[in-house]
Design a protein around this ligand. Sequence first.
Ligand code: SAH
Ligand code: TMP
Ligand code: ZN
Length: 408
Amino acid sequence: MSKHNCYICDKETSLLMSFGQMPIANGFLAKEQFKDEYFFEMEVAFCQQCKMFQLVNQPEREQMFNESYAFFSGTSKAMGLHFEKFANHILSDYIKDTKDPFVVEVGSNDGSMLKHFANRGIRHLGIEPSANVAQVAIDNGINTVVEFLDKSLAERIVSEYGMADAYVAANVMCHIPYINSVVEGIKALLNPDGIAMFEDPYLGDVIQKTTYDQIYDEHTFLFSVYSIQYLFNQFDMEVINVEPQVTHGGSMRYVIAHKGAKPVHKNVYKQLEYEQVSGLTDFETYEKFRQNCGKYQSDLMSLLDDIKSQGKSIAGYAATSKSTTIINYCSITTDHLDCIYDTTPIKQGKFSPGAHIPVVAYEEFKNNYPDYALLFGYNHEKEIMAKEQEFMDQGGRWITYVPEVKVI
Ligand code: SAH
Ligand code: TMP
Ligand code: ZN
């Protein structure tokens, strides 16, 4: 196992476990690309100083975020609704009285969030380095720069557009290993009474439900309130509120302001207390998590092997980025799954990263119902179940692994 100094505080971290060789989670590929597929050893570590849970190695950012990025925010209706509510919350609770507000979103993807500001004529800017998804936003009239955010880009934005009243991000802050530079950028970008709001999968949910599939190449970090407070305190900023979210199997939204600029809500202290009581700040908790990962892996494989030994068919449902960790860590192969059904055109006709399971257009699902469908998109369970009632009516069963491995 490798030695690794913390991305946040530079102290040597405590290594936790290796998930083995992993491919790029969103690297869906064509047959002719199999021989050049990139793998890295996915190890995780915990910093006992700032309490940040983190990856040890990561592919280069351009290997993950580029002109053929496979994740489009707009593929989930429920997430679309979530972003509309998020935008309305910012508008009515934070910038209602601000004259001519300026909103900056990082990792703005296809514009699913910013369109709610753009449609109201509000000054906005998206920062999105993956050119193909950014183009969708640009085509819809959303101002977008196709670049990675860091301190120097933030300074350029200030000189070109002025300071921001709201900095917004969803599922991207945890993707950035050079996050200290980004936080310095936020400090430079944000008006003295501006707010930064961002949400990411919450470490507390991952540990509680053993959703280790939140660990993949893009997720440099799994945040807690403690580690985020530590991160921003380094630059004289602070967490003023936290708002738990149900998205992505359990997320946390952090509200940040310049130190002393706004009152700190009691939710922050409550959540910090919860983290201490539930052991999120103790290394022993992560040793238990490591054991749980092994148990979930063997429970799932016993179930799949058992179903296959009865001669039944299984297909995957939703080729999520998270499924790359499940499939490769558990060694799920084409002997277990005939294919994975998915709604994203760029993934269809390609093969899943690592195990090379064919990805098929979800419209085909109804013509080829398997006996069992392995629900990789458990975070979209409601949306998926509602649309696949007929599969269940015809006797189809779902296999899930959150919060435990079972057939439903
Ligand atoms: N916010 C969207 C997209 C999340 S996926 C949602 O929640 O659905 C993460 C996005 O962040 C990708 O589109 C990726 O290209 C982008 N990204 C990655 N690193 C970034 C960086 N340093 N600055 C800005 N965007 C980044
Ligand atoms: P996510 O879990 O990272 O949000 O990934 C979403 C993936 O799930 C994306 O590839 C699209 C797929 N998906 C379906 O195939 N069917 C659905 O109904 C939904 C909501 C998502
Ligand atoms: Zn640290």
